[in-house]
Design a protein around this ligand. Sequence first.
Ligand code: EPZ
Length: 429
Amino acid sequence: MTEYVIYGNRPLKGEVSISGAKNAAVAIIPAALLVNGKSRIDNIPEISDVSLMLDILRRVGADVRLINRSCVEIDCSNIYTTKAPYDLARMIRASYYMLGAMLGRFRSAQVALPGGCDLGVRPIDQHIKGFKALGANVDVQSGFVTAEAPDGLCGTSVYLDIVSVGATINIMLAAVLAEGMTVIENAAKEPHIVDVANFLNSMGANIIGAGTDVIKIRGVKKMTGGCYTIIPDQIEAGTYMAAAAAATGEVLIKNIIPKHLECITAKLTEMGVEITEYDDSLLVRSRLPFTKTNIKTLPYPGFPTDMQPQAAVLLCLAEGTSMITEGVWENRYRYVDELKRMGAQIQVDGKVAVIEGVKKLLGAPVRACDLRAGAALVVAGLAADGVTEVEDVSHIERGYENIVEKLSRLGAQITRMQMPDGKALAKAR
Ligand code: EPZ
């Protein structure tokens, strides 16, 4: 087991550069399957979810070549199966993009029902609704989704009953090579939706409206490979904003698109964090305590659910009582019991968390139960008095590139430790 040991209550100071967006990368990598040739993708984050997606592509026959740490070339000329490998696909939610991409190019796909963070029920009915509307037969059996369209896919209109990032992207992937025009209504508008559409357009697709709630995809006969650079990660940037605020000090968050962060900047400003915006960076300065603030998570451009746990840590350090309402996932408060071990006062009732601010958080051994929960515990550890040990950091490393190095360069005292078996066993007991 690997853990982070954090000696907290030290101001962060300096600059941090944000990596490529995880949730764009894990969609753009399978999107490369739509081309019978090579695509070069730059600004890929070095995280385990990306390695997994690249391995899935290798296992279906793609030739994946790392040009350097953040650039990859994917050649999909020799794909020999439309079945994603079960052992890998079940480990990562984004493996469901193999369905849209394979169906789009080969008219056939089979993928295990996806895994990923446990955030409550995670249905994919809207993805399936879209594939069926395009003319595919879709069958879910024994843990696998199989989609077949022997007569080809035909452009159509799909109204999403729920604003879904995954369904919006998956339907775009399936529709780019379909016959005629597909219209997705009530589409998600997240920055990575636009990034995937831009990637597809750079390869010859014809998509307009990405970033609005109506996306129109005119099917093309063929797409060709190209070069594309992924956008910076909105949530990684937001997490460093929260870390800089919680640990006080002064941090310049570089290589970002400030527009993508407006929903986060607005709430942090309401809490009393001082944020100065530049063309492609933000300067974050803060002093404790924060001002109590209410937050409701919503699809973009609302406050992102993927920043909810990190924001909760800041509200623990606010004067008075704040309220969070989770508007996207069923179960995104599993980190609360861990934060309580650090002295947080939080009551959860269904989708609402009521947070009573405390003067200080105190270091404690805690466990990362999912990616953003883990990031929030790191933020809490940086602000807390004493030592925080965050266990199960593999969750964190699914989505944050070099987090220990990046925080250390800002002056944090954080170490990545491989725990000896004995200690891990003792803790397990
Ligand atoms: C994406 O998940 C992200 N993952 C998540 O990020 C993020 O939390 C989420 O979007 C919301 O922003 C990736 O991009 C790989 P959804 P996704 O489909 O696409 C319901 C992180 O920490 N729904 O937008 O799976 C669903 O249950 C992760 O980086 C249906 O009911 O999310 C949820 O309540 C975790 N039917 C809501 O919609 C469907 O067919 C939004 O889900 C699909 C979704």
